[in-house]
Structure formats: structure tokens, C-alpha cells
Design a binder for this molecule. Structure first.
Ligand code: SF4
Ligand code: SF4
Ligand code: FES
Length: 227
């Protein structure tokens, strides 16, 4: 994946994220290496590789992998909070998915978890990419999320089957920042904000989150962070 990207050849992908290790979960990033189809994200680069990134065989394999994911997805884009900024939607467009050849098979899910003030979980949108559990557990070191059940029934949720608000979650937002779909997202309070802006009896105070200043400080290698 890195070699192709560096050489200017884009390989479609879903579970891969440049901040994270390769999980090899989705099967979308297929390329041919010396004639053999492999997942680009989890295949180490070696000298002498002849890498093919386009062609009918690869298009078919990528579409097949994406259709399997779409067959267990709500596919109600107009109503979805990530409509227009969803990696799955972008991929379906890029691979020109027009007809679904697979029967729709939906898993049973717990409902949406809106217990946290900041983060909403909706496992019915999850594409099992693995990004959120990795960032929460291995990068943030919080261990608030886990994969429950196995195989087709796998779903992501707070550890020990709790609600997110009951878990160790510190509301850092890294899971929602990395989720490619609408399975984990920042809770949208814009309707309440509009109502408050429209209320002449309220005085509103706007304040940026400290995390923004910290992130800027880290990026500019400034310590302490600018205020
Ligand atoms: S907001 Fe942060 S701590 Fe909470 S589940 Fe997401 S990554 Fe983990
Ligand atoms: S919740 Fe989002 S980031 Fe986590 S596994 Fe599902 S799709 Fe991936
Ligand atoms: S991007 Fe490589 S398997 Fe998902």
C-alpha cells in the first residue's frame, strides 16, 4: 500500500488507515503481485515485486469484498449522519457499485448507545474495520472498547457489555475520528445550539475545547501549548 501510494498509484481501501497498522480485515485493497492477488495493506514490500493495481480481475475482487460489507449495512445514506463524508459511500461510488448481487443479511444489534454526552455508538453501521478498538486500546491506552461475539455476529461496543457512559471512555474522540462510517460519531448538538441561539432569554458563551490548543501545541512542538 505504501509503495503504491508513494509511486502515485491509489489503491482503494476501507479498513486501512495511515495512522494505524494494517489489519487486513476488509479485503478491498486487492492488488496483483507477480500475478497473485493479495491484500496490499498487509503485504510487506520487497525488491523485484511486479505490482498490478488495476484490471478487471482486481475490480471484481474489490467489488465482491465491498458488496459483502454492503450486504450487512443499512445503506440508507440520505438519513445517515455521515452522508457525504463516509468512506464506505465514497468507495461504493469509486467502484461503481450499482447493483447488489448478494442477499441482504443483517445481524441483530443492540440499539444506538446515546448514553455519552459526546460520542454516539451505532453498531448497526459497523463494518468491522478494527480501527476504533485499536486507537482506544493501543494508542489512547483507555481500553473502553472491545469486539464482542465472534464471526458474523461480531460487533464493537464498550467493554463488558456496558453503556459507553459506564465504561472507561474519556471522550477523547479518537474512535470517532477514525471510524470510516456512522458507527461511532461525535454527538450532534446542533439542533439544541440553534434553539439556544434563537432564545433571546439566553446569553451564550462560546469556548473552544482545550484539546484543540493541545493538538496545535503538539503539532508545533510547543510546550506548554499556546493559549
Ligand atoms: S472517545 Fe476515546 S476513550 Fe472513549 S471510546 Fe473513543 S477512543 Fe476510547
Ligand atoms: S465502529 Fe467504526 S471504527 Fe470501529 S470497527 Fe466499526 S466501523 Fe470500524
Ligand atoms: S484495506 Fe487492506 S484489507 Fe482492508
Amino acid at each position: 500500500m505504501h509503495a503504491c501510494t508513494k509511486a502515485g498509484y491509489k489503491v482503494p481501501h476501507l479498513c486501512y488507515h495511515e495512522d494505524l497498522p494494517a489489519f487486513g480485515n476488509c479485503g478491498v485493497c486487492m492488488v496483483e503481485i507477480n500475478g497473485k492477488a493479495v491484500r496490499a495493506c498487509s503485504t510487506p514490500c520487497e525488491d523485484g515485486m511486479q505490482i498490478q493495481t488495476t484490471g478487471k480481475k482486481l475490480l471484481d475482487l474489490r467489488r465482491e469484498a465491498l458488496e459483502i460489507i454492503l450486504s450487512n449495512h443499512p445503506n440508507n445514506c440520505p438519513e445517515c449522519i455521515k452522508n457525504g463524508r463516509c468512506e464506505l459511500q465514497d468507495l461504493a461510488q469509486e467502484l461503481a457499485i450499482r447493483h447488489m448481487h448478494l442477499k441482504k443479511v443483517r445481524r441483530k444489534y443492540k440499539g444506538r448507545d446515546e448514553s455519552s454526552l459526546s460520542i454516539t455508538l451505532d453498531p448497526s453501521y459497523c463494518v468491522s474495520c478494527g480501527r476504533c478498538t485499536y486507537v482506544c486500546n493501543e494508542i489512547q491506552d483507555v481500553h473502553a472498547l472491545e469486539n464482542s461475539d465472534r464471526g458474523f455476529e461480531t460487533f464493537v461496543g464498550p467493554t463488558f457489555g456496558r453503556l459507553l457512559e459506564e465504561s472507561e471512555c474519556v471522550k477523547c474522540g479518537q474512535c470517532s475520528a477514525h471510524c470510516p462510517v456512522a458507527a461511532i460519531y461525535e454527538t450532534d448538538d446542533s439542533d439544541e445550539l440553534w434553539a439556544a441561539l434563537d432564545n433571546p432569554d439566553l446569553v451564550l458563551v462560546a469556548q473552544e475545547a482545550p484539546a484543540v490548543r493541545v493538538a496545535l501545541g503538539e503539532n508545533l512542538a510547543s510546550n506548554p501549548a499556546p493559549t
